[in-house]
Design a protein around this ligand. Structure first.
Ligand code: 1SD
Ligand code: ZN
Length: 259
């Protein structure tokens, strides 16, 4: 059974009381990326993102899964490799984390600075049969994380966020979102990123994620940000946001792909 959990810092089911690996783990996520302590690794090459530059003839499934807005992709159309990853990972979904206002909402923070939102592209290692097999393996998942800021210019790449109007109620689903091109959601410069070994940021916080956090940020409009904030579970998800506080680095090293 899946235990109840929330982002309410004062609740018995809040982040301080999440169980399992969330409380016992030693490679938890997210973290504060202290750039002065990162170690450059020349072996972190460029990513190969298969079909991220195409608008395929398919539809995506959008859900309010009770803790985020998630876009799911059927089949195995999108692959991620390179970038220092060992093997080929296939993308199953992306989702957003956000806050109650623009000063909070990202999960990863950089030199103590929080951003308004964060987007996670979740892919599993194709050496495993499926997401379920991969999710508890140390090299099971690769997540590409993008830090999002709210800017004046409307980023039309994110216009699919209109679907949030149909996802206000928890566990609602829209099955027929026309496919769009992922590349326009990513920063222009995909060669500059941070890399570390961590975990899922939601219970049960399994320690299976090779994390990438891009150095360059992405902008959405205030209107698009507000669409996310309307999603509800018990009250709106914006009340406490849906971002986990940063976790101890312990003895980990955060690598960077650039000087
Ligand atoms: O929060 C998501 C969770 O919804 C699920 O997608 C999981 C993968 O099974 O990933 C976490 S996260 O670590 O990407 N935030
Ligand atoms: Zn996430």
């Amino acid at each position: 059974s899946i235990a109840q959990w929330s982002y309410n810092p004062n609740a018995v089911d809040g982040p301080q009381n999440w169980k399992e690996d969330c409380s016992t783990g030693k490679r938890q996520s997210p973290i504060d990326i202290e750039t002065a302590k990162t170690v450059m690794d020349k072996e972190l090459g460029t990513f190969t993102l298969v079909n991220y530059n195409k608008t395929l003839n398919k539809t995506f499934r959008a859900t309010n899964n009770g803790h985020a807005l998630e876009m799911g992709f059927p089949g195995r159309a999108y692959n991620v490799s390179g970038g220092g990853l060992n093997g080929v990972y296939t993308t199953v979904q992306f989702h957003f984390h956000w806050g109650a206002n623009n000063t909070v909402g990202s999960e990863h923070i950089v030199n103590g600075k929080e951003y308004a939102a964060e987007l996670h592209f979740v892919s599993f290692n194709t050496k495993y049969a499926n997401l379920g097999e991969a999710v508890d393996k140390p090299d099971g998942l690769a997540v590409l994380g993008l830090l999002i800021e709210v800017g004046e210019h409307n980023n039309s790449a994110f216009s699919f966020l209109e679907v949030a109007n149909k996802l206000v109620e928890p566990f609602s689903i829209v099955n027929d979102v026309p496919a769009f091109t992922f590349e326009h959601l990513l920063p222009d410069d995909k060669t500059k990123f941070f890399r570390y070994n961590g975990s899922l940021t939601t219970p049960t916080c399994l320690e299976s994620v090779t994390w990438t956090v891009f150095n360059d940020h992405v902008f959405i409009s205030q209107y698009q940000m507000n669409l996310l904030r309307r999603l509800k579970k018990n009250g709106t998800l914006a009340e406490f946001g849906n971002y986990r506080p940063v976790q101890p680095l312990n003895n980990r090293i955060v690598k960077s792909s650039f000087p």
